[in-house]
Design a protein around this ligand. Structure first.
Ligand SMILES: O=C(O)CCC(=O)C(=O)O
Length: 258
């Protein structure tokens, strides 16, 4: 077993430094600013899968062999992505993410999935980095009904685990440099504080599944990235989008993208 995998199994998360190069991290941050222009009414913490699944740059990024080689160590060699979501926190007023377990929100059968959280900018205590409670990946998965709704526009998910159920005495702040990734288990309790600093904090959550995992969202487009689909698992897969100048963000290597 790889040491990455051992650390992940023990703590519920692991960090890989310099997973992608600085230029690609910079392009990823630029993508967020391009999306802000395209969707001026959407908060940048809310650039969800539906806005990304037909975007050529996103396909180029999530299929990067460096990311897939990491994902493969956790979920094997038949790899799809079922969700991508930028949680890009603007300076001064970036929103918090309340404590939660990802699996609570996902209709996956089985719950075999791993998140790669990609830092497109530095992400640290000052600008509201991801924080985890190691060991809680062994807790029971809470249901949606067990969460507290906090639907007042102050936080990214509009819900979270009730503070009385949280012991954050061993919290770990996952401080990353642009280009680093952290990987976390769907049951680990995690969240992040608001960004009150004067710098952006741009993170991209990538949810990689083995193609044996069935995604029970209706009409949901997954992205097949490596290996094969599985007969009998009724997932839908997106068609690779064609790059169109003017409609899409140009990126390095776009000529070779097909
Ligand atoms: O980006 C954040 O601050 C939180 C990320 C998160 O909740 C997740 O990856 O599930």
């Amino acid at each position: 077993m790889s040491t990455l995998r051992q650390e992940y199994d023990e703590n519920g998360y692991v960090i890989v430094r310099n997973a992608i190069d600085a230029d690609l991290a910079r392009e990823t941050a630029e993508h967020v600013h391009w999306l802000r222009k395209k969707y001026p009414d959407t908060r940048p913490e809310q650039f969800h899968h539906d806005l990304l699944v037909n975007d050529p740059f996103m396909h180029r990024l999530v299929g990067d062999d460096r990311l897939l080689d990491i994902a493969e160590q956790f979920i094997g060699s038949n790899i799809a992505l079922f969700a991508a979501h930028y949680i890009a926190k603007p300076p001064k007023h970036g929103q918090e993410v309340l404590w939660h377990q990802d699996g609570t929100y996902w209709p996956l059968e089985p719950m075999e999935v791993t998140t790669i959280w990609l830092a497109a900018t530095d992400s640290n205590r000052e600008n509201g980095c991801l924080r985890v409670l190691p060991g809680t990946q062994n807790n029971k998965l809470l249901s949606r009904a067990e969460l507290q709704d906090v639907d007042d526009g102050s936080n990214v998910l509009a819900s979270g685990i009730h503070p009385s159920q949280i012991d954050d005495s061993n919290v770990v702040d996952l401080e990353l440099k642009a280009g680093d990734v952290s990987i976390h288990n769907p049951k680990i309790i995690h969240g992040s504080k608001p960004n009150t600093s004067d710098k952006w904090r741009i993170g991209l959550t990538l949810r990689y599944i083995p193609t044996t995992t069935y995604v029970k969202f209706e009409n949901h487009q997954n992205v097949l990235l490596r290996g094969d689909k599985v007969d009998g698992i009724a997932n839908m897969y997106s068609v690779r989008p064609v790059y169109k100048e003017g409609d899409h963000m140009p990126f390095a290597g776009v000529e070779a993208y097909a």
